[in-house]
Design a protein around this ligand. Sequence first.
Ligand code: 16G
Length: 194
Amino acid sequence: MPNLENTNNGNRNYLFDPTILESLDWSKNKCTFQNGVSYTEPGENLVLRPLRNDDINRGYGTLLSQLTKVGNVTPDQFKNRFDEMRKCEGTYYIIVIEDKSSNQVVGSSSLIIEQKFIHSAGLRGRIEDVVIHENYRGKQLGKLLVQLLVLLGEFLGVYKLSLECKYDKEKFYHNFGFTKDEQVFMIQRFQERD
Ligand code: 16G
């Protein structure tokens, strides 16, 4: 696997075991990728890998700020949150794209696995926080990340995958098999801590 990052330099730095990404069944891929883009060849100098515990030093906050408000997250806060997520084994799968020429994280997307009692003590997956750096859009990287997470969700055995997105992204998510159903997404917001 040439462009999935070398896993030998300390798996504990990764949010989850990178080798799980090798187990995915790409014959179930629902989209078409142009120009030879694939998960092993995402683009020149680009690698796909799980989030690392020091990615805050690779522009991760700046990247997320292109999705929504990030606030002031210190490297310590990042590390603590990372450690808490990592302890919840089988729950947080954040996959990023790093540009090795600049050592910057230029794309990210998250799969969160929720354990249920319903559906025979089943698992539900949620896709969250999909963002590609503005300088790297139009290179099929978002498509690659979301398709990877859909395959990962299926591999992990979820009975359903869901996400929320802005109306103008609806068509994009149709590519992966997402449709609207009779459920309504409702929301309530609370005052944020600084
Ligand atoms: C989008 C994201 C969601 C994220 C939210 C942030 C996807 C598929 N959806 O809806 O995961 O949490 O934006 O917006 O990436 P907010 O800051 O207004 O909650």
